[in-house]
Design a binder for this molecule. Structure first.
Ligand SMILES: [Fe+2]
Length: 219
C-alpha cells in the first residue's frame, strides 16, 4: 500500500486530468515539486511508529532527540547553516523505528533495517539520514547537514534525558561493550563524535554544556 504522504510519479497523468491526456504524445513536464518526496509531518511519523510497533519509551527518546536537534538546528541556521527543519524533525522522530523489531527478532542493525523500512514506506530522503545515525558516511568534513545534527543529538540523549557525550558513551559501553572489539568500536565512535561536537560548536553561539538548560527552557 502506498504511503499517503507520497506522490507516486505515475499518478501525475491522472492528477493532471483528461485535458493533459489529450494534449498529445509529449505533454508538458510535471511540476518538479509534484515529483518530490513529501516529508511526513509529526502525525504521519507517529502513525508510522505505531504501525511498526514502536514502544512508548522509544517514542519518548525520539521526541527528546528532536528537542535537542531543534535547538542545535535553529542555532546553526541563525549562523547561516541552511537546514531543512521539517526533514530533520521527521528523521529524529523516526530514527529508531527499527530498534524494537531488531531487538525482538534478535537480528539486524537497527540503523540499516530502519533505512530499508523507510525506503519501503516511500521515504528515501528520510531513510538516507536515519541510515547514518550510527555511522556517518561523511564524518567530519564538508557541509553540516541534517544527518550530522541527528547523529549528534542522538549522542546527547540517554532514554529521554539530555546528557554529556561522556555519559552517553559510558551508557553505550555499559550496554553494548560486551567484547574488546565492541569497546574499541565505541572508542572510535566517541572520538569522531567529539570532533563533530567541536565542528558544530565552532558555529553555534552556545556551549555543549548549555544544552540541558536550553532543553528545560523549551519544555
Ligand atoms: Fe536514538
Amino acid at each position: 500500500m502506498k504511503a499517503p504522504w507520497c506522490v507516486p510519479a505515475n499518478c501525475l497523468q491522472e492528477e493532471r486530468g483528461p485535458d493533459i491526456a489529450r494534449a498529445g504524445p509529449n505533454p508538458p513536464l510535471p511540476n518538479q515539486t509534484m515529483l518530490m518526496e513529501r516529508i511526513p509531518d509529526e502525525h504521519a511519523c507517529m502513525t508510522l511508529l505505531k504501525k511498526h510497533e514502536c514502544p512508548d519509551h522509544i517514542i519518548l527518546h525520539s521526541r527528546m532527540v528532536w528537542t535537542v536537534a531543534k535547538i542545535v538546528g535553529e542555532g546553526l541556521m541563525r549562523n547561516d547553516v541552511p537546514l531543512d527543519m521539517e526533514l530533520l524533525k521527521a528523521s529524529c522522530l523516526l530514527h529508531d523505528i527499527a530498534k524494537y523489531p531488531c531487538l525482538k527478532g534478535r537480528k539486524g542493525w537497527h540503523d540499516a533495517v530502519g533505512e530499508e523500512m523507510l525506503i519501503q514506506e516511500g521515504l528515501p530522503t528520510v531513510a538516507a539520514i536515519i541510515g547514518q545515525h550510527v555511522i556517518l558516511k561523511d564524518g567530519n568534513g564538508g557541509t553540516i547537514r541534517e544527518e550530522h545534527v541527528l547523529f549528534y543529538s542522538d549522542k546527547r540523549v540517554v532514554h529521554d534525558k539530555v546528557v554529556s557525550l561522556e555519559d552517553r558513551f559510558q551508557y553505550l559501553a555499559d550496554t553494548y561493550g560486551k567484547s574488546p572489539k565492541a569497546l574499541e568500536g565505541l572508542k572510535i565512535m566517541k572520538e569522531k563524535t567529539e570532533r563533530l561536537e567541536e565542528r558544530l560548536f565552532e558555529v553555534l553561539d552556545f556551549r555543549p554544556e548549555d544544552l540541558p538548560k536550553l532543553v528545560e527552557g523549551v519544555r
